[in-house]
Design a protein. Structure first.
Length: 161
């Protein structure tokens, strides 16, 4: 089994935006980082925006940002939204009559169980789990280093250093 390019780019776009944080990104920036088609990525971003995970704003100060915190974006939910067909065999799909032996062999039960288990695992993880090494991802995606999360040191006069 393999994800479609649409789903793959959906996950990679969400990862990019999670790592970019409030700064966000743009379709050209994300497409260039991953070496993919701008036009294809526009379709993916549109899908992610309609699903409610990405906010797309035009004009000055516009761009793409996550609309939902990474910890609130389920990998399983993204998979279900982005992929259109999980029928590993004909008998699991919309046209089981295409299989002469549908319902008379164990594949429908076996693959159905495997698919349920796969989603149970995916549902345990969030986008936050996929970006647990943001420093390395910043470098690989060509993003400026994230602002330090260290508190600003103050000198004895109470002024920031």
């Amino acid at each position: 089994m393999r994800l479609t390019l649409h789903s793959d780019l959906g996950f990679r776009t969400l990862i990019f935006l999670a790592v970019a944080g409030e700064k966000g990104g743009s379709v050209p920036q994300i497409a260039d980082a991953y070496g993919v088609s701008h036009n294809h990525l526009k379709k993916v971003v549109n899908h992610l925006a309609h699903a409610g995970w990405v906010e797309a704003a035009r004009g000055r100060g516009g761009g793409l940002r996550l609309r939902v915190a990474p910890a609130q974006i389920s990998i399983g939910a993204v998979m279900r939204e982005m992929e259109s067909d999980f029928a590993l065999v004909d008998c699991l799909g919309a046209a089981p009559e295409r299989c002469l032996i549908a319902g008379n062999c164990g594949l429908q039960r076996i693959f159905g169980e495997a698919l349920r288990a796969w989603f149970q695992i995916l549902d345990r993880y969030s986008l936050a789990d996929a970006v647990e090494k943001p420093g390395a991802l910043h470098d690989l995606l060509g993003l400026a280093a994230a602002a330090s999360t260290e508190p600003v040191a103050k000198n004895q006069g109470g002024e920031e250093n």
